[in-house]
Design a protein around this ligand. Structure first.
Ligand SMILES: *Cc1c(COP(=O)(O)O)cnc(C)c1O
Length: 361
């Protein structure tokens, strides 16, 4: 569509154009209600259908059985950093965390600040979080194992999840949820801020297994308890209605247009392969993540100098490509190619990379 550019933002990030168009078309009169989706009651039948459908699609896409609940919360993934240990890590027990970068570090800090006992079972800090550790020392008797499935800033991801020998696995999946199928059965809880792969900012999807709810301490304030939201189907208080509606439409696109997570993974691999090939074949670009740990969602790379990186990002913007600057904490460049980033955008990026290297290398 005219005037729209190729968007490689890390989050909030690109969303499927057909979804944006659908929202635009029904924005003033939602499903014949005579009101905008932003004006209808969250207790209305029309919104009830939206939230029910969104949760049902999460379950279908991830093949979750009835032991899992899907709720929509607020506060972003960062709020889950504190809510997870508050609800699921009983005093006197410990939890194992694997530290794979900025977000994992924050999750660890938010547990410790509550006086909880955290065992850092593995860390890749020794090489600037450029890989996913394979040597993991779980401490027996842990309440859960926490990982970050995709490290948005460092550009790494768990290609396969660690074997926790029955201890519930908990993952921050903010930047790769719905990017591929996986076996959900080892997971006690999964959370994801919506603004990378699911929709706009403002909603957090939390998937929680029934047995985990038994741990929720009675003394917590209602707004901090998972049980409050599970018991009321995300309607303990007014949920982020518009964000949930958009998530519903993105999931519908994923199921009905893309054809589910198996297809999505194939497309995501093709997109990522194109960018990594452009990096690997050149002497100009250097990938910052170790090969076996490379993310399919966030491709991080360096150029020969910081001034060239600046120029790369600047000229990309002039050529209709946004969001290629690396996170402020690491520098360099990063192309975020989530589910919604079309293949044409990736091809345009790769062409631009080739040309920039030729001109400047
Ligand atoms: C973006 C991101 C976060 C932070 O999400 P907020 O919704 O801003 O709190 C946490 N974890 C990961 C993996 C992320 O990519």
């Amino acid at each position: 569509m005219k005037g729209r550019i190729h968007n490689f933002n890390p989050g909030p990030a690109a969303l499927p154009l057909p979804v944006l168009e659908e929202i635009q078309a029904e924005f003033l009169n939602f499903k014949g209600s005579g009101m905008s989706i932003t004006e209808v009651s969250h207790r209305s039948k029309s919104f009830d259908e939206v939230i029910e459908d969104a949760a049902a699609r999460v379950k279908r896409l991830l093949k979750l059985d009835d032991s899992f609940h899907v709720v929509f919360l607020q506060g972003g993934a960062s709020f889950q950093f504190c809510m997870v240990p508050m609800n699921l890590l009983p005093d006197g027990q410990h939890a194992d965390y694997v530290n794979t970068g900025t977000w994992a570090t924050k999750a660890i800090n938010e547990a410790r600040i509550q006086g909880k006992t955290v065992n850092v079972a593995a860390s890749s800090e020794d090489r600037n979080f450029s890989y996913i550790p394979r040597q993991i020392s779980f401490m027996p008797g842990g309440a859960y194992v926490h990982i970050t499935s995709n490290n948005t800033i460092k550009g790494t991801r768990w290609a396969t999840f660690p074997d926790t020998a029955g201890v519930p696995l908990i993952s921050d999946m903010s930047s790769d949820i719905m990017s591929k199928p996986f076996d959900p059965s080892p997971f006690g809880l999964i959370y994801a801020g919506a603004q990378k792969n699911l929709g706009p900012a403002g909603a957090t999807v939390v998937i929680i297994r029934q047995d985990m709810l038994e741990r929720v301490p009675q003394h917590l304030p209602a707004m901090l308890k998972y049980t409050s939201f599970v018991e009321k189907n995300s309607m303990f208080n007014t949920p982020p209605c518009f964000a949930i509606y958009m998530i519903q439409l993105v999931l519908k696109w994923l199921e009905e247009t893309i054809g589910g997570l198996e297809n999505m993974e194939i497309i995501n691999r093709q997109k990522a392969d194109l960018v990594y090939q452009a990096i690997d074949k050149s002497e100009f670009y250097t990938g910052t993540a170790e090969k076996e740990s490379r993310s399919l969602m966030n491709v991080t790379f360096r150029l020969p100098s910081e001034s060239l990186e600046k120029e790369f990002v600047k000229q990309a913007a002039e050529n209709g490509m946004a969001g290629l600057k690396g996170h402020r904490s690491v520098g360099g460049c990063r192309a975020s190619i989530y589910n919604s980033t079309p293949m044409e955008a990736v091809k345009a990026l790769v062409d631009y990379m080739d040309e920039f290297a030729r001109k400047s290398g």
